[in-house]
Design a protein around this ligand. Structure first.
Ligand SMILES: [Zn+2]
Ligand SMILES: [Zn+2]
Length: 196
């Protein structure tokens, strides 16, 4: 293994999140980014982010707390929650990420839209995985992509989510690889510092 051994991506459920939601994300992370993924609950809850007027949770303070709670070996942290998230300029968000930073969050709340139960659990899980990898993509410095089928495409609606596939387009793949190389170089100098 390379010097990145030991670095992993933490999947942090917030509140009750079903195992069947977490497992597909855990499987998708190494495929997308080449790092192993582990589940650790880093936050007790997100009540501190609750907005009484909107009856939703503000995602930005959650990201800050998440980044602070991350253990040193966590390269990135993704929180998964069932509560409805917002940022002040938008009615709701599927998630939010620190661009090129450590933390991101995904809400499953709106991803059930337009699925009449018990209709297709697979579509729901595909949406969850797409948006999880999308948010993590931002932490690897990827911005929104114009390609409507690229996983980094910004989705206004659940139709947009269903239309895009679960892969990075060629262009985003190159950008991601650049970032991974950059991180690898950084991790190497880090490990040299750790083990002179
Ligand atoms: Zn995005
Ligand atoms: Zn793309």
């Amino acid at each position: 293994m390379s010097s990145s051994e030991g670095q992993s991506i933490i999947l942090s459920p917030v509140g009750k999140v079903q195992r069947e939601i977490l497992d597909p994300i855990l499987r998708a992370i190494p495929q997308a980014f080449g790092f192993c993924a582990r589940t650790i609950a880093l936050l007790d809850g997100v009540d501190f982010a609750f907005d009484r007027t909107r009856v939703q949770y503000h995602s930005t303070p959650i990201l800050k707390k998440l980044a602070m709670a991350a253990p040193p070996q966590a390269l990135k942290v993704i929180a998964v929650t069932e509560v409805d998230l917002f940022i002040p300029i938008l009615t709701y968000v599927y998630g939010e990420a620190q661009l090129g930073g450590k933390a991101c969050i995904l809400s499953t709340h709106r991803l059930r839209d337009a699925l009449s139960p018990p209709k297709n659990q697979n579509i729901y899980l595909e949406r969850v995985v797409k948006e999880a990898i999308h948010e993590l993509g931002h932490t690897f410095n990827l911005r929104h992509c114009q390609d409507p089928v690229c996983i980094m495409h910004y989705c206004h609606s659940i139709k947009d989510v269903d239309r895009k596939n679960d892969q990075f387009c060629r262009y985003c793949k190159v950008l991601l690889q650049d970032e991974l190389n950059r991180l690898e170089a950084g991790l190497q100098s880090q490990s040299q510092l750790d083990h002179p």
